[in-house]
Write a protein that binds this ligand. Structure first.
Ligand code: SF4
Length: 234
């Protein structure tokens, strides 16, 4: 089968960033790495297809919720083949606690079927191949490439990464693809996967989506445009 080249895989050429912007990004990277040395993917998985499934299930749901659902699911369906042979209705009872569970059950079965039939039973390890799978967009593909295959093809932009990128002045964009491109232009490629783990760690522990307290946090003080603004008003 000849694979389509998908529009979401066609990024614009990266914008050039000034040396000052790149240096600031480097300092932020250092500060976050020191603060969160153990930042890593919060989803539990042991094989690439499990990470792919967990990431599909995590859309609009918490990682904690997904981690509660997946042990029984992965036990009942221990391989790609087992998932590919089943009906979505067999998956549904395991994922009913998650948002959009019906669609997610379908996406899980269809993506595993395609892996079995088109990719020889192995999770593909390129962006374009992953994007052919149902339920997989750049964010999911980046999670799988970065964590299961150690490939830095892009940056995972979830809600935390999007929010922190704006607050830290790394991007003015709200479209995740454009935020991703800004981050790719600011940080060295080898750091792309870990960058999202670091921003997510800060998002979860200090800068929450709602009710963040803009504490007197050293990283916030130095890098957050919003925090600086609030302090100057006080
Ligand atoms: S200062 Fe406040 S808004 Fe800015 S990153 Fe810190 S917690 Fe978030």
């Amino acid at each position: 089968m000849r694979l389509k080249s998908l529009p979401s895989n066609k990024l614009q050429p990266l914008k050039r960033k000034s040396p000052l912007q790149v240096d600031r990004a480097k300092q932020l990277w250092k500060a976050l790495s020191l603060r969160y040395p153990n930042a890593h993917c919060a989803l539990n998985w042991s094989q690439p297809h499990e990470l792919l499934i967990a990431t599909i299930l995590s859309a609009q749901s918490t990682d904690v919720g997904v981690n509660k659902a997946t042990p029984a699911l992965f036990k009942a369906f221990p391989s790609i083949e087992a998932f590919a042979k089943c009906e979505p209705s067999e998956i549904e009872p395991f994922v009913k606690t998650l948002n959009f569970w019906r669609n997610k059950a379908k996406a899980v079965v269809e993506s595993m079927k395609m892996i079995q039939e088109v990719f020889g039973g192995k999770v593909p390890s390129t962006m374009n191949e992953l994007l052919q799978l149902r339920g997989v967009a750049r964010k999911t593909a980046n999670v799988v490439l970065g964590n299961a295959f150690d490939k830095n093809d892009g940056v995972v932009v979830d809600t935390h990464v999007g929010r922190l990128s704006q607050r830290f002045g790394l991007s003015r964009e709200s479209d995740p693809i454009k935020v991703e491109q800004d981050l790719m232009a600011l940080f060295p490629r080898k750091n792309w996967c870990q960058l999202s783990h670091l921003l997510i760690a800060h998002g979860r522990s200090v800068c929450k989506a709602r009710g963040n307290t803009c504490r007197e946090d050293a990283i916030c003080k130095e890098y957050c445009c919003e925090g600086k603004l609030k302090r100057s008003i006080r």
